[in-house]
Ligand binder design. Structure first.
Ligand code: 5GP
Ligand code: ZN
Length: 122
């Protein structure tokens, strides 16, 4: 039986389907553990999502279940930012929980850059 936190879960998860190639995406970079692709509704000149290939519902579940995969996600985010010419200036966001704006329950790290950002975020 699969659940939203089962690393093998793929059936009805959008980003599992995207990683599997069943949903089209503009992939910009990948490792054996993670995939980076452009957000379909960009909020900045660079807006890339980095996901682990295995299913974990959010950042905490990834950190707990596979810390090295979380590290791989963050390193790939930095590599994408470098390739996009962001020169070390970018924002990384894990929306965690519906109340904080998470809409896809497969861990994804937003990589945003190319414009000034305000703080606190909206
Ligand atoms: P969340 O709100 O869960 O933090 O972020 C989900 C993100 O996924 C949103 O920024 C949304 O634009 C993006 N997104 C939703 N569906 C798709 C899709 O099918 N393809 C791509 N590339 N991005 C998607
Ligand atoms: Zn998934």
């Amino acid at each position: 039986m699969s659940s939203s936190s089962d690393p093998g879960h793929t059936g009805d998860c959008l980003f599992c389907r995207l990683v599997a190639g069943d949903v089209p995406a503009e992939v910009v970079e990948a490792t054996d553990r993670s995939v980076a692709f452009r957000d379909v509704n960009p909020q900045a000149p660079t807006h890339v999502l980095v996901v682990p290939r295995a299913h974990h519902a959010n950042a905490v579940e990834l950190a707990t279940g596979d810390p090295e995969a979380l590290a791989d996600v963050v390193r790939l985010a930095d590599s994408v930012a470098e390739a996009e010419g962001l020169a070390g200036d970018y924002r990384l966001v894990f929306n965690t929980g519906a109340g904080a704006g998470q809409t896809v329950f497969h861990t994804h790290l937003h990589v945003l850059g190319g414009r000034p950002f305000t703080w606190p975020p909206g």
